[in-house]
Design a protein around this ligand. Structure first.
Ligand SMILES: [Zn+2]
Ligand SMILES: [Zn+2]
Ligand SMILES: [Zn+2]
Ligand SMILES: [Zn+2]
Ligand SMILES: [Zn+2]
Length: 310
């Protein structure tokens, strides 16, 4: 189909553009010339920059600076997920010319240092600048003092944040980039078990929740709930986020943990009866007429059929 036959893009298109991840936005400009022309002059789609897979691994400082310059200093949201090539220098260059960013998500940007992040947050909370949401999980060497400074700069009351925000393990990858939140927040906390600054998860298991409510009623510190902790301290089911310590588990075909209940509901390898979590279903090797083999079983099956051929 020729783009000239398509005419002007529908007006509704321009309503969704500001909400598209960068990869989709750029792909669309490649697709249609009139859209490309329209986007060149329109500032709105460039105010929120969301970089995820598959762009994140290739996303460099130069690219970041180039793309964000399209917002002409009016950037609102910067979400860089696992963009490990981004350095403090690139980030700070963008922040310096865009002081009104109110959401800054930097999960897994391991090329950044906490010093760089602190510098960025200082600029974004200075005077009338209002950074509302910050995500830094995965950035190395964040100390308790750094966490305290970030909370102080952003005006976060740590106790209130804990009560308000229930962070669940199985929802950790959900993008809440455009959700309007009335309170400032940060994605990490002090793990009550190891005292490292990491994402700390609550437990959705009914019996654990009941225990927690009971403790709250008795006005005990919510912090000492047995299964509240970071991903290293409290192993959790990939599918439903419940703690799995001392509980019966289902056998997983991937490296994730599955509680027995979730395992029962998931499809299993026809040979070894292990299940994939939903994140890894693409590793299934489908079998005729029905069912699938896990990667391991499929590998061994082809190996042994090779022997038979000899
Ligand atoms: Zn921990
Ligand atoms: Zn589960
Ligand atoms: Zn629990
Ligand atoms: Zn198998
Ligand atoms: Zn998995």
């Amino acid at each position: 189909m020729q783009t000239s036959q398509l005419g002007q893009p529908h007006e509704a298109m321009f309503l969704i553009l500001p909400y598209l991840p960068l990869f989709e936005l750029l792909s669309m400009t490649q697709l249609c010339k009139s859209l490309k022309d329209a986007l060149k002059d329109d500032i709105l789609p460039w105010l929120n920059i969301v970089v995820e897979k598959p762009l994140s691994t290739r996303f460099s400082d130069d690219f970041l600076v180039k793309i964000t310059s399209k917002a002409k200093g009016r950037l609102r949201v910067v979400a860089l997920k696992n963009c490990f090539k981004i350095t403090d220098e690139g980030l700070l260059q963008v922040i310096a010319s865009n002081p009104h960013i109110n959401k800054l998500y930097l999960q897994g940007c391991t090329g950044l240092t906490i010093e760089g992040v602190l510098e960025a947050v200082k600029l974004l909370t200075k005077g009338n600048h209002r950074l509302q949401n910050l995500a830094i999980s995965g950035i190395y060497n964040v100390k308790t003092e750094d966490f305290g400074t970030l909370c102080y700069l952003m005006g976060i009351n740590q106790m209130q944040m804990r009560e308000r925000k229930k962070n669940y393990y199985h929802r950790r990858d959900e993008l809440c980039t455009f959700k309007q939140e009335s309170h400032p927040s940060i994605d990490v906390d002090i793990c009550p078990k190891c005292e490292e600054i990491r994402e700390v998860f609550e437990c959705p298991r009914d019996s654990c929740k009941r225990k927690m409510q009971q403790q709250q009623q008795e006005q005990q510190q919510q912090l000492f709930i047995e299964c509240r902790g970071c991903f290293l301290c409290v192993p959790r089911c990939e599918e439903c986020g419940v703690c799995t310590k001392d509980k019966e588990l289902g056998e997983a075909a991937c490296a994730d943990i599955l509680c027995l209940n979730c395992w029962l509901h998931l499809p299993k390898c026809s040979y070894c009866n292990k299940a994939y979590c939903n994140k890894h279903v693409h590793l299934q090797h489908s079998q005729r007429p029905a069912g699938f083999l896990c990667s391991d079983c499929s590998f061994h099956a082809t190996e042994s059929s090779d022997y038979e051929d000899c």
